[in-house]
Design a protein around this ligand. Structure first.
Ligand code: FAD
Length: 461
């Protein structure tokens, strides 16, 4: 470190309300870890910000010292883009404050909040924003990439509920982006990933949800997978927006509602959530139980917040993960044959493939209404390679890549930016689709030197 950098580091430290963590600090090892254990990066410093002024100071420090910069929300991104090698990490995990205005159906929430933080604040009032399916994910990264989950068929992508954002730009300015203030920036934030600045606060419009929702799992043996998938496809064509059903193929975890002989065996599960009157939902989901002979089910009315956390135990941090993803507009039989062949050769008990049904309200805005362009998508598929030992890296990654290739002929052209891994540079333009050129022009305006480059990067035009 030069004398100049050491001086400027000392003055950064003095200015902070939060923490500055350096490699010799006892907190460093934990602070550099992210959700995906295959990511092993060593930043030069981690700034755990407590205020917007801390974020401004850290952005200015990184820019003035020409250091690589990464921004950490919930630390879940599969590509490990919350951390960088040798540069500055702006860690927002201390900035989680939320404030709900229930009569106005609005929440403001800071950029380090998790989905659990947001659901807790909104569900206290029987309200919610569509978010993802693992409650420890960060609101920030999920939203900036567009965001979808159980409520999306009814209320759209997460960004479709975004009203405004407070952003620290590459110049260290604090600006508010909304439909009327910095409207280009506001457009870009809704799907343009972390390319445009550090979002310190989001404001969302809220929707009535629950607090009890009909939700749960219906599990079929793998031998019935093709018939279940075919009926699932036809069922979803007619399903109302209130009902989301995802198909998940993997080995059965030791769930108490499954017979012991099913544990550890390949299965197909229908995971469902009805965002409406549970009594009506019961009638709607009845056909799902007749796709074959279920091994078991666990379906009932439970708090929406409980359903939002139902998959957390299967998705705990610390495992090694590698993903490959496609979008689909239709699900042809050939795709089902390919997925069945892939599940026949699962390389670890934690690996899975899921088809997340979005469609509904997510498809209604025009493709150029927000930076997120893939409004035609009906299903987002993820091959989730997950295992524990580094020795299994090559085998498990090869499995994910093989199914990705086998399913490619059936996919639509786009891909979900938040599911891209670190080695998919060639797919980044595809993720932004026809909106890439406009994004590159807005990038030039707000971040001409590409300070925010540790992400699925948009190169300034
Ligand atoms: P981080 O790794 O902290 O950040 C990711 C990127 O976002 C960073 O590189 C940075 O560029 C940017 N960023 C983060 N915070 C900020 C900020 N405050 N300001 C500016 N830029 C910022 N996605 C869905 O849509 N639906 C799902 O159901 C879903 N399920 C998931 C389940 C699991 C187990 C995991 C690991 C991910 C899931 N995702 C889902 C994907 C998720 O949306 C992305 O991984 C997302 O990037 C995570 O956000 P984060 O803040 O936790 O990540």
């Amino acid at each position: 470190m030069t004398t100049l950098q050491a001086d400027s580091l000392a003055s950064l430290k003095d200015s902070l309300s939060g923490n500055l963590i350096l490699p010799d600090d006892a907190l460093y090892e934990n602070a550099r870890k992210v959700w995906n254990a295959t990511v092993d990066k060593h930043p030069a410093l981690i700034v755990q910000c407590a205020t917007v002024q801390d974020v401004v100071g850290a952005v200015n420090f990184a820019r003035n010292n020409r250091l690589t910069l990464a921004v950490r929300g919930g630390g879940h991104n599969i590509a490990g883009s919350a951390v960088c090698e040798g540069g500055v990490v702006i860690d927002l995990s201390r900035m989680k404050a939320a404030s709900v205005d229930a009569p106005a159906r609005r929440i403001t929430i800071e950029g380090g909040a998790t989905l659990a933080d947001m659901d807790a604040a909104t569900q206290a009032h029987g309200l919610a924003v569509p978010l993802g399916i693992n409650s420890t994910t960060g609101v920030a990264g999920l939203t900036l990439g567009a965001g979808f989950g159980w409520l999306s068929r009814k209320y759209g992508m997460t960004i479709d509920s975004l009203e405004s954002a407070e952003v620290v730009t590459a110049a260290g300015e604090v600006v508010r982006a909304s439909a009327t203030e910095h409207p280009d920036l506001f457009w870009a934030l809704r799907g343009g990933s972390g390319n445009f600045g550090v979002v310190t606060r989001f404001e969302f419009r809220l929707h009535p949800v629950g607090p009890g929702v009909l939700s749960g799992l219906i599990v079929y043996p793998f031998s019935e997978a093709k018939a279940v998938l075919q009926q699932y496809r036809e069922f979803m064509k007619k399903a109302p927006d209130e009902l989301a059903v995802w198909a998940v193929l993997r080995q059965a975890p030791p769930l108490p509602f499954l017979p012991p002989e099913a544990h550890g065996k390949e299965m197909i599960a229908l995971a469902l959530c009805h965002a409406g009157d549970p009594a009506q939902g019961e009638g709607l989901i009845a056909p799902l139980r007749k796709f074959g002979t279920p091994w078991g089910e666990h379906v009932g009315v439970q708090p929406y917040t409980a359903w939002q956390q139902a998959f957390d135990p299967l998705l705990a941090p610390g495992a090694r993960n590698y993903w490959k993803s496609h979008n689909f507009s239709v699900l042809p039989d050939g795709l089902f044959d390919a997925v069945i062949a892939a599940i026949d050769t699962l390389p670890s008990p934690q690996c899975e493939i899921f088809f997340g049904a979005i469609g509904g309200a997510t498809t209604r805005p025009a493709p150029d209404a927000t930076a997120y362009a893939h409004r035609e998508t009906q299903y987002v598929m993820n091959v989730h390679g997950r295992w524990l030992e580094p020795a299994d890296d090559a085998r498990c990654m090869a499995w994910a890549r093989d199914f990705f290739k086998a399913s490619a002929p059936f996919a639509s052209p786009g891909v979900y930016v938040n599911f891209l891994t670190a080695d998919e540079g060639e797919r980044v333009k595809m993720a932004y689709g026809p909106n890439y050129d406009r994004l590159a022009r807005i990038k030039r305006q707000y971040d001409p030197a590409n300070l925010f480059s540790t992400n699925q990067n948009i190169v300034p035009a």
